[in-house]
Design a protein around this ligand. Structure first.
Ligand SMILES: O=C(O)CCC(=O)C(=O)O
Length: 353
């Protein structure tokens, strides 16, 4: 379906929206290969900031592109964008081993109840999703016609070939495979739980704490963006999961009490494009690559800047995760590597109060 001219005009109204459309994944409509294989439309990526390249050039000969500077006081290079104060980019902040660790945690422990995920609203709490997908399990709704049924909102994992699944299907009960649910996992929250419907933190909700090792990592990287003499206090984290074609629209993270404290944002898996706009969506955004292991900090004025992720690259040529995939499969077999080769995970850690 083509958008009407009016809708399209409205959608293109702001510089941020235009950039989102520029970088988003679109497919060729009339390619003769169209029926066989959808071909992504080529995109001009020449204007993107590539902090990997910037780091390389800086280490080689000390030069930086116009508008980029290295932050003082960091042990290894941390870059800033001159017209976006409070924004920090730490290329390759996490080692391969650390990346593997947090990918595995993001898929196994972080979505475990009582932490909430996007699936809670439909299925209630789901335990062991990743292992269930690995074991080809199916989530089946409790049969409402059964005498033993107490709650039709109850779902349980069954083996695909179990009588329970066949019976439930015969009776018209809903079922969904764990691997589909894993693909549709879009977010989980740890530490203080963010309530997306009310757009605030609900401190009354039960949760698992942010693991100490992740707190330590966040504190270490946050230090450069903290007000003098203060230590970052990780209180809540949102984990975003991206698959092919998924995007995160331009938004502000404005639900925390004190914007002088940074949000620590960790990228894992496939390479993505990140847009960092200004305080208005009319300000043209900076577009940059985010690779696995990069950390971004947004503090102070940068907390008032629109940002989003219009594109992830899941194809072998552009995803830039060869070494990570290898390390993951050597450490843990194929299941995590299979997931991450077409996915991206973002963990963003926040001081809420
Ligand atoms: O995925 C990212 O890198 C950004 C995530 C983000 O902006 C958010 O969760 O608010």
């Amino acid at each position: 379906m083509y958008e009407s001219a009016k809708v399209s005009d409205d959608a293109d109204r702001t510089a941020f929206r235009r950039a989102e459309k520029q970088y988003k994944l679109y497919y060729e409509q009339d390619s003769k290969f169209y029926r066989k294989k959808k071909l992504p439309k080529p995109v001009d990526l020449s204007a993107l900031l590539d902090f990997n390249q910037i780091l390389h050039d800086f280490n080689e000969n000390g030069v930086l592109p116009d508008g980029i500077r290295a932050a003082a006081g960091a042990d290894s290079p941390v870059f800033c964008i001159e017209n976006r104060p409070g924004f920090y980019f730490i290329p390759g902040a996490l080692s391969l081993k650390e990346q593997c660790k947090w990918i595995k945690e993001s898929l196994t422990n972080f979505p475990q109840p009582p932490n909430r995920t996007n699936h809670n609203a439909i299925y209630g709490p789901i335990a062991d999703l990743f292992d269930s997908a690995k074991a080809n399990k199916v989530l089946v709704q409790e049969d409402p016609t059964s005498e033993t049924c107490i709650d039709t909102n109850k779902w349980k994992f069954c083996d695909d070939d179990e009588e329970d699944v066949a019976k439930a299907k015969r009776r018209g009960c809903k079922s969904v495979s764990a691997s589909v649910l894993l693909r549709k996992l879009r977010w989980s929250t740890l530490g203080l739980q963010f309530d997306w419907s009310k757009r605030n933190y609900d401190v009354s909700l039960p949760h698992n704490d942010i693991p100490d090792a992740l707190c330590k990592l966040a504190k270490t990287h946050a230090a450069i963006a903290m007000p003098d003499g203060e230590e970052f206090r990780p209180e809540g984290a949102i984990v975003n999961y991206f698959g092919l074609g998924d995007t995160l629209g331009g938004h502000l993270d404005d639900m925390e009490a004190d914007w002088s404290k940074p949000i620590v944002s960790i990228s894992l898996g496939c390479k993505a494009i990140f847009l960092l706009g200004g305080k208005s969506k009319d300000d043209p955004p900076h577009a940059m690559y985010l690779r696995s292991g990069d950390v971004v900090l947004m503090a102070g004025e940068a907390r008032e800047c629109y940002h989003g992720v219009p594109r992830i690259f899941t194809d072998e040529e552009n995803a830039d995760i060869g070494a990570l995939e290898l390390e993951l499969s050597l450490e843990s077999g194929d299941s995590f590597a299979e997931y991450i080769k077409t996915s991206r995970i973002n963990i963003n850690i926040r001081q809420v109060f």
